[in-house]
Structures are given as structure tokens and as C-alpha cells.
Design a protein around this ligand. Structure first.
Ligand code: ZN
Length: 138
């Protein structure tokens, strides 16, 4: 069995962002040389997500509105977590959007449905953060 590991770095200027990282994951897959197996991709931070969905601008705006309804950023004082920090909302948003994705690798490619794309979801940006890519198989 082969094993591959890589960290991808992100630094968004905005507090929240959705970045399509599918091309980077495909590049990792090529580098790994693995043809059959699994890709695990997870945020290494507790205020960011990795998830699979459609690369459609309207949907991303809908995510933003929906998450702001569930866990509004402001006022910061509404969260018990915000004693020394102001990112209580970001922890909750990440919890809903998920930590990681696992995708099948078949014949050297991500074995996806027609509209599936992998995203990095940032909920407390403005600093460097990492995503782990682990690929196992043969
Ligand atoms: Zn925090």
C-alpha cells in the first residue's frame, strides 16, 4: 500500500471565504501516483471546514446567509467562547459545514458525481491556515 501526505496553506483576506480546492487535490493525487484508494482531506483548524458541494456562486451566497442566521458573527458578546477571542461564530459554522471529506480514487481520478467539488470553507480568516491531504491505496 502507498501512502501520501501533504499540507495545503491558505490565507484569506476576508473573515469568511469558500475556495474550490479540487484542482489542488487532483494535483496531490497525480503526485501520489495512487490509482485505487481513498483521499482524506481535512481542515487542521477548528474554525475552518472542508466540504463537498456545487461550485455555484448563488449557493455560496446562500451558505453565507444560512450560516449567519444560525450563528451570526455579531454581536461578539453573544458567545460565551468570546472572552479572549471573537470567533465563537466561526467554531459553530465550522461544526455545521464539517471537518473533512473522504473521496474514492478510481483509475487515478477522484470518483465524483457530476457536480461534486471540494471546498475549503474559511470562517475566521486573515491568518495562515492548513488543510491536510492524505491519500492511501495502490
Ligand atoms: Zn476560538
Amino acid at each position: 500500500m502507498k501512502s501520501y501526505r501533504k499540507e495545503l496553506w491558505f490565507e484569506t483576506r476576508t473573515r469568511r471565504a469558500y475556495i474550490n480546492i479540487t484542482p489542488q487535490i487532483e494535483e496531490c493525487l497525480r503526485e501520489s501516483g495512487i490509482r485505487e484508494g481513498l483521499v482524506l482531506c481535512n481542515a487542521m483548524h477548528i474554525t475552518a471546514s472542508v466540504f463537498i458541494n456545487d461550485d455555484e456562486r448563488g449557493l455560496h451566497a446562500d451558505f453565507e446567509r444560512w450560516l449567519e442566521k444560525l450563528a451570526p458573527e455579531k454581536p461578539h458578546s453573544q458567545y460565551a467562547h468570546n472572552g479572549f477571542e471573537d470567533n465563537g461564530d466561526a467554531h459553530l459554522k465550522r461544526q455545521i459545514m464539517g471537518r473533512e471529506v473522504v473521496a474514492a480514487v478510481t483509475d487515478g481520478k477522484l470518483d465524483f458525481g457530476p457536480w461534486e467539488q471540494i471546498f475549503y470553507g474559511e470562517f475566521d480568516g486573515g491568518r495562515k491556515k492548513r488543510v491536510l491531504v492524505k491519500i492511501i491505496g495502490e
